[in-house]
Design a binder for this molecule. Structure first.
Ligand SMILES: C[S@@+](CC[C@H](N)C(=O)[O-])C[C@H]1O[C@@H](n2cnc3c(N)ncnc32)[C@H](O)[C@@H]1O
Length: 263
């Protein structure tokens, strides 16, 4: 092997290792440290610094990075939600986005909702900085979008108030006892006939992918593995009753969109 190829290989390895270390420090590593430090723990204790520190939010929210993290399935996942929203009659109705997410999911969901006639889109997040950042992507929809600082597990919104609710990769970051609470809240706020769109990780069919995915969760996001079995959101919703659910999986089963219609 040529010397330059060895150097290239080494440089790529270093780049990957540094990227992995950076993401570990601003996600799980920070939570481990937070857990060890004395002092009060709040309802925001599970939120990674990558979602609360404005400099980090701006640094990481770059579409190619976000797409790569979701193995280039981001576009397909968002498109599925958007196409379902476009088929709904949302005239005089409200749409809720529960928790912000990086990339273009929020602008695409807002645009699809307004095209389907929605009178308003509410965006709720537990972190004010995330709402401020989301607003920078939505200047063209000013007046049609409302930003609400709120906790997905106990929202201030009234019962039956929205026709659709989009929850994009939130559940895997929540402590287990809050996953079901969040789904219950989503159901409470939806009007009968309304749709909950849940994008999440799912147990891959291919064992190689399963092994890689398992390692990723163990290192970076240990709260996510339970979605594969004990805290499968679809099983939870069906167990609660009052929902008609459909699941579509992507990339050998690694990701899922659950569309749950409130009966
Ligand atoms: C949706 S999740 C992960 C998104 C995904 N990794 C991405 O960006 O593509 C991150 C967001 O959830 C928010 N969040 C975390 N816990 C929350 C809660 N209990 N209620 C509302 N928002 C929450 C965080 O503040 C952050 O904006």
């Amino acid at each position: 092997m040529n010397a330059w190829m060895v150097n290239l290989f080494f440089a790529l390895f270093l780049l990957l290792a540094a990227t992995g270390l950076f993401f570990f420090v601003v996600t799980r590593g920070a939570l481990v440290l937070r857990g060890l430090s004395p002092g009060s723990h709040s309802e925001k204790s599970h939120v990674y610094p990558i979602y609360s520190n404005m400099k980090l939010i701006k640094l990481v929210d770059f579409q190619p990075i976000i797409s790569a993290i979701l193995l280039f399935q981001y576009h397909h996942l968002v498109s599925k939600i958007v196409s379902e929203l476009k088929q709904m009659d949302l005239r005089k109705k409200k749409v809720l986005i529960t928790s912000c997410a990086f990339g273009n999911v929020i602008p695409r969901v807002v645009q699809a909702s307004l095209e389907s006639g929605a009178e308003r889109v509410l965006i709720a997040d537990i972190i004010q900085n995330e709402l401020v950042h989301a607003k920078t992507k939505l200047s063209q929809y000013a007046g049609k979008v409302e930003y609400v600082e709120d906790n997905a597990t106990s929202m201030k919104l009234k019962d039956d108030g929205v026709a659709a609710n989009v929850i994009f990769f939130l559940l895997h970051e929540l402590p287990h006892h809050l996953k079901g609470q969040t789904l219950n809240e989503a159901g409470r706020m939806l009007a009968p006939g309304g749709k909950l769109f849940l994008a999440e990780f799912h147990r891959p069919q291919l064992w190689v992918l399963r092994a890689l995915s398992w390692t990723y969760f163990k290192v970076f996001e240990p709260l996510g593995l339970a979605l594969w079995d004990t805290h499968d959101p679809l099983a939870y919703l069906e167990g609660e009753g009052g929902w008609k659910c459909e699941r579509t999986t992507y990339f050998f089963g690694n990701f899922q969109i659950i569309t749950a219609t409130k009966l």
